[in-house]
Design a protein around this ligand. Structure first.
Ligand code: ZN
Length: 382
């Protein structure tokens, strides 16, 4: 699966219709969530996704404005809520602190999706999302919206998501594109995801957030401080808030771009990439700084998996516990081995290393327990 993202240029009227769709889908999501909550609180029973799907015609009968939204989009909203619940129940089962699915405020709802855009049996578009030769795409009830297709789509489009980012609109097609395997390199690598560095590889390579991203993050902190000083409800405060939001979007764009590049480099160089499994790592730690970092890493690891699958590479998540305390040279595991944040000195064998580099080697060791590091060299495990 590969995603192709294109900028949309709706007219004023089309933008009104797009916003109307966002508004209605958000209302549906919140109502469907309310129904599930109420059913559980009052009767102790759960409402299934199928029941909610079946009641959609009824919704349209009572509230005709919902007829303005394509049936697939409405169904997608109910499915999205169901996924949120599935995730919640899974986390509860795993014993991880789980947040109950939440109501979506206006600023937390910025997309809607068509779940099926290509008819495989006829080999043609169903209709929604159809790319017209006039440089526009067809969106039911919204119109033929101008789209800049800066690169061709590959494979068969499966789904289409329409997204609002700030004042800009995007169409994201997820396509069933053929994979493009890369030739073997004979190399395997382990990653330690850092807080001071973005990541450190078992080869001893340090990858930092790029300078331009760091400088935007600095600007963001300055803007946030300035916002906090503005008087509530004032015009200046509103201005400052918009400023913060626009820097936020810039950070997100730059970070995404950097994640793409970092993942691409790793996938090009290694047949196997091992990383810490974040689900295990965060467990019961309740460390805010850590979990904020995790959000970014989640995106990075997701891109890494997608690119690896496309290139025929392997990505393995390993249990990260004690990877920072274990000596890579002799296997001795003790807290005292970690002399400081950066310094690792084994109390048993005296092995000295950068602490994160040592951890990255342990991560690789867990993914390749055979003792080979991918280059045919045995691990220095005694
Ligand atoms: Zn040692």
């Amino acid at each position: 699966m590969r995603a192709f993202r294109y900028r949309l240029y709706p007219t004023k009227a089309q933008e009104t219709a797009l916003l109307d769709t966002l508004h209605l889908t958000r209302e549906l999501y919140n109502a469907a969530l309310q129904e599930r909550r109420d059913a559980y609180r009052k009767a102790g029973k759960s409402v299934s996704v199928y029941e909610q799907m079946r009641s959609l015609p009824e919704v349209k009968a009572v509230r005709p404005e919902f007829k303005r939204v394509h049936a697939h989009v409405l169904q997608g909203v109910v499915t999205q809520l169901d996924r949120a619940f599935q995730g919640f129940f899974r986390r509860v089962k795993q014993g991880v602190t789980a947040g109950y699915p939440r109501f979506k405020g206006q600023d937390r709802w910025n997309s809607f999706a068509f779940k099926q855009v290509w008819d495989n049996s006829r080999g043609t578009w169903f209709g929604p999302g159809k790319v017209l030769d006039t440089g526009r795409i067809y969106l039911p009830n919204i119109g033929n919206v101008r789209m800049k297709m800066h690169r061709p789509m590959e494979g068969k489009p499966k789904t289409l998501t329409i997204k609002k980012e700030g004042n800009e609109w995007y169409a994201v097609y997820v396509c069933d594109a053929p994979t493009r395997p890369l030739p073997d390199t004979g190399s395997a690598v382990g990653l330690d995801l850092g807080t001071t560095h973005f990541l450190i590889t078992s080869d001893g390579e340090f990858v930092d957030n790029p300078r331009f991203l760091q400088s935007t993050l600095k600007k963001l902190r300055v803007a946030q401080r300035s916002l906090s000083r503005k008087k509530r409800g004032s015009k200046r405060r509103r201005k400052a808030r918009q400023h913060v939001a626009s820097i936020h979007r810039k950070v997100a764009r730059q970070r995404l771009d950097f994640h793409h590049k970092a993942a691409r480099t790793l996938v090009n160089q290694h047949d196997l990439i091992a990383h810490e499994d974040l689900n295990v790592k965060g467990m019961g730690q309740g460390n805010l700084a850590r979990s904020i970092h995790d959000v970014g890493w989640g995106q990075f690891l997701n891109l890494l998996s997608l690119k690896a699958a496309d290139a025929g590479r392997r990505v393995i998540g390993v249990d990260p516990r004690f990877t920072s305390q274990r000596c890579h040279a002799c296997g001795h595991t003790e807290k005292a081995n970690r002399r400081s944040q950066a310094m690792f000195v084994c109390v048993s064998c005296g092995h000295e290393a950068n602490a994160d580099h040592n951890a990255a080697k342990n991560v690789l060791g867990r993914a390749v327990p055979s003792g080979l590091n991918g280059r045919g060299q045995p691990h220095a495990v005694v």
